[in-house]
Design a protein around this ligand. Sequence first.
Ligand SMILES: [Ca+2]
Ligand SMILES: [Ca+2]
Length: 184
Amino acid sequence: MQKIFGNLILFLTYLSIGRAKEKYTTFVISGNPHNLAVNSTPFIRIDDGYYNFGQDKVNWYVAYENCRKLGSELVTFETAEEFDAVTGYLKNKGERSEHWTSGNDLGKQGTHNWFADATPININRWAPKQPDNAGGNEHCIHLGYIYGDSKDIQLNDRPCNNAKSLFKYVCEAKQETVSIVLWK
Ligand SMILES: [Ca+2]
Ligand SMILES: [Ca+2]
C-alpha cells in the first residue's frame, strides 16, 4: 500500500512538472521597454542611460579602472541629447566639479574618440577653442565649467595623468536586461 501511495505521489509530481512546463515561457528582452521598476544601484537612471558619479578626484586611468570595478566604462556621449541630460543632472544638483569622460586622442593625436566604443566624438559640446592640446600634452577629455566665465558645462582636453588634472568621473553602465515570464 505504501509503495502504491509512493508511486502515486511520483506520478502526480511528474504530471504537475509536465503541466507547469507548458504554463509559462521565459523571454529575455534587451533594455527595459516596459519601464519595470529595477534596482539599478549604484547607477542612477537618467533618460535611457545608467550612470554612476565617482566622487574621488583621480587621473583618467584610475577613473577608468574605478568604472571597470563597477562593470562599467567611463561615459560615452553618443548624442548631444545624452550630454545635455547628464550635464543637466549635474547642474540641477549645483555640481560644479569637473568629471572625466571616456574621450581621448591617445591612439592618434588629434583624433578624438570615445574609448568605450571607439566612435568619434562628434557632439558639438566643446568649450570655445577646445580641444587645444595645450602644452602638447592634453589627450583625455573631461567635462565641466572650463573657463572662469563659462556659463555651461562643456568638453575640454586635459593631461590624462597629471597632478593638476585629478577629476571626479562619470561611469556609464550598459542597459540592464529584463527577463519576462509570460503565463499562457
Ligand atoms: Ca552613452
Ligand atoms: Ca584643453
